[in-house]
Design a protein. Structure first.
Length: 207
């Protein structure tokens, strides 16, 4: 849909139609925002064929440098936490509309914010779940896991474009649920993340 100055606000509200285009856009966004994972490895994995080996970390990109500076460690497989996040997505999208990725993360981490109150999420079944997170203990890690679920095509996300003012557009993203057989697909994958140790390396230890 082409948008010009004569397009009404109502007509300008549309979903980006092609799912493949949405997926590619989100993959680029995720690549840019990913922290600690070697960018050379990420690019190699994106273009790899089944059975291709993954190259060693480059040690030069911004993420590799951050790994050294923050004394990053590899966390245990977060498969149980990811399965719980899937349940959070299913519960939220079954009873609420326009659920954003931030909403999912806030409910999953039991955040107590004004948004959680105003949207009624604190009283939702998803928020009341008593699961104790083992690996995805921070919002950053939870968001990484949610992004991975979207990139893998296991959680459905849509992009909505809105024309706010002349020559000005906004893009909102909403979570629409999980795909069929998503649970089994999660179990068949490894969900390993990186996080900085509590005590960073000192400058003297890096020399």
């Amino acid at each position: 849909m082409k948008i010009n100055n004569s397009t009404s606000i109502e007509d300008a509200i549309t979903l980006v139609p092609d799912h493949n285009i949405q997926q590619k856009i989100f993959e680029v966004q995720t690549f840019c925002s990913t922290k600690y994972f070697c960018r050379q490895q990420l690019i190699a994995k994106h273009y790899a064929w089944d059975g291709d080996s993954t190259p060693e970390t480059c040690g030069k990109c911004d993420n590799c440098v951050s790994c050294i500076e923050d004394n990053v460690q590899e966390l245990p497989n977060a498969v149980d936490d990811v399965l719980e996040m899937m349940e959070t997505v299913k519960c939220l999208t079954a009873h609420h509309e326009n659920v954003t990725p931030k909403d999912v993360v806030d409910v999953f981490t039991h955040a107590k914010t004004i948004d959680m109150e105003s949207k009624g999420y604190i009283s939702s079944e998803a928020y009341k779940r008593t699961y104790v997170r083992k690996v995805l203990v921070s919002k950053d890690l939870a968001l990484q896991a949610l992004n991975d679920l979207i990139v893998c095509g296991l959680v459905k996300q849509v992009c909505e474009l809105k024309r706010q003012k002349e020559r000005q557009m906004t893009c909102n993203t909403y979570i629409r649920g999980v795909v069929d057989n998503a649970v089994q697909s999660v179990r068949n994958r490894s969900w390993v993340y990186l996080a900085p140790c509590r005590q960073k390396r000192s400058k003297t230890s890096k020399q």
